[in-house]
Design a protein around this ligand. Sequence first.
Ligand SMILES: [Zn+2]
Length: 343
Amino acid sequence: MTQSLTIRRPDDWHLHLRDGDMLRAVLPHSASDFARAIIMPNLVPPVVTGAQAAAYRDRIMAALPEGADFTPLMTLYLTEDTDPNDVARAHAEGLIHAVKLYPAGATTNSASGVSNFDKVAPVLDRMAEIGLPLCTHGEVTDSEIDIFDREAVFIDRVLDPIRRAHPSLRVIMEHITTSDAADYVRSNDSGLAATITTHHLVINRNHILAGGIRPHYYCLPVAKRETHRLALRQAATSGDPRFFLGTDSAPHTDGAKLQPCGCAGCFTAPNTMSILAQVFEEDGALDKLEAFSSLNGPAFYGLPPNETRITLRREAPTHPASIDTPNGPVTVFDPGFDLNWTT
Ligand SMILES: [Zn+2]
């Protein structure tokens, strides 16, 4: 039985660090295992210009614990007013590594997202020209579409038309939750990839709703039925270079989660690598963990993999059940089974 596993240091290709006190509380939990992360721009107000991204990067660097080796890869929040020249400048400076598309109203702090996709065509054209990828929150927001169908409908109504209008644009479908999305990624040869979260490999919608409602498992896109979870497990553990880790670790205080209209998001930064080692081992794919968490992502983003390594050991980890912040505790995602790998 494998007792330890040394892999290149992983990266997180979709991470919410928030700002201020929350940033300072959660950042050390990502910086301890991960070398780099794609930082989501959905602050209040959102990060929409290169200048705002530079200022946010500086706040993240200032919040890093002494001696930490962590590089935030910044993104811009796409709005109908985004200036293609500002995007191109921020990319040329090496500041931003992607632009994020949120359909208006899709998730936490996405009120400024895109409603009219024609208005963002000039930005998407410029991104295709300079090789800057588009990250998508792949859900339509129309109130008449069932929440469990919103990802599949997004592919037909939004994503596929965007890709046909901008064929050389590189696109990442983030936090996919359905077999439809995994199949769509596989049906394309190049320029399209998907991130998969830790929690969507572990929970299905029964975990949220059966036998009592569990707000800490509520996230967006919401977890789907078991067949979809199994399709995600298959995609993640296959070694296919088009699938890689984006935790979507999204901290909210318990006060914000546990109320009549609770926030969406699971906080998985502290125990992601322990959970993933267990998931990949269960599926007989421990040898594919490095591809999923450390190799496929940089390859798609055109970056070198990390030169440093981490070692996972077969030993019960000691993650806290929650972390303290000045605004109250943030519960760490509970996979619902005992963990036996630690970093
Ligand atoms: Zn997210």
